[in-house]
Design a protein around this ligand. Structure first.
Ligand SMILES: [Zn+2]
Ligand SMILES: [Zn+2]
Length: 266
């Protein structure tokens, strides 16, 4: 197996899916739309097509292929931003020459070219609030991409981390399932509305009449990948939010933090 590590500096604030949100991946600061914005979005053909810095293609002999190959498969691609691990692909196919995104996507007004393709189940994006793992050892000097194999020190660093991250991903999946079932339960909704009233905890909107009060939803505030397996549902884990605020809080790095959303919306 071979490894390609790519620096995608605009990833520092990118949290996937939420392509219309502002600010994401530097929107609002530079005003430019970075090419890696689609690196974790599924294309209409069911694959993910990723942008890599232009140094990441060309001679594929560095990735276990032959000089002149058009593509090489079974590559682990690692994304680093500000020296921190943001996400990775397993069993990816890397192209020697950039291809146009199949959905003809653009960044701003320039076409997006991709150098890597992967099955969605092999693409892992670390949530923006959980990116703390600094590349070890730090390479000296500037590098847009690094090539490696099992013997590379930074590959050892990566594989060590991923063992832990995979566990977190599995646990997070279960946590989401639990949260979804709580939020859809009419009993939890009744409990939360009875306790907290017909008022959004975030934007403070209130409605008493039956029709307007239908905007209120119950939100389950269990933070990302916290050990919930033995945890019981508590009324203090519930919040009443309007449908707008509820949708937004699920896009925040920590879904348990209503105050963070209040501060964000100020
Ligand atoms: Zn609200
Ligand atoms: Zn919720």
């Amino acid at each position: 197996m071979t490894y390609l590590l790519a620096r995608v500096e605009n990833f520092s604030r990118f949290d996937g899916e939420n392509l219309s949100a502002d600010p994401v991946m530097g929107y609002g600061r530079s005003g430019k739309v970075p090419h890696e914005i689609h690196n974790f979005s599924v294309a209409s053909d069911g694959f993910i097509y990723g942008y890599l810095p232009k140094e990441g293609g060309g001679d594929l002999s560095r990735l276990g292929g032959y000089r002149g190959d058009a593509e090489v498969s079974n590559v682990t691609v690692i994304f680093i931003s500000s020296g921190v691990l943001c996400g990775y692909y397993r069993n990816a196919t890397v192209f020697s020459h950039p291809i146009r995104h199949p959905d003809k996507l653009e960044a701003g007004s320039s076409p997006i070219y991709c150098r890597v393709k992967v099955q969605p189940e092999n693409a892992f994006l670390i949530p923006a609030g959980n990116r703390h793992d600094e590349l070890q050892p730090r390479p000296s000097g500037q590098f847009p991409v690094l090539y490696g194999n099992e013997d590379s020190a930074w590959v050892g660093w990566f594989e060590g981390l991923v063992a832990g991250i995979q566990k977190t991903f599995r646990s997070e999946k279960k946590r989401r399932k639990w949260t979804n079932s709580v939020e859809r339960s009419s009993k939890a909704r009744a409990m939360a509305l009875h306790k907290y009233g017909l008022r959004c905890e975030c934007c403070k909107i209130t409605h008493a009449d039956n029709v307007r009060a239908s905007i209120f939803e119950v939100h389950h505030k269990v933070p990302y990948a916290e050990n919930f397996e033995t945890r019981q549902l508590k009324i203090s884990d519930l919040a009443v939010l309007c449908a707008n605020c509820h949708r937004m809080i699920h896009r925040m790095p920590d879904i348990s933090d209503v105050n963070a959303l209040i501060a964000y919306l100020k």
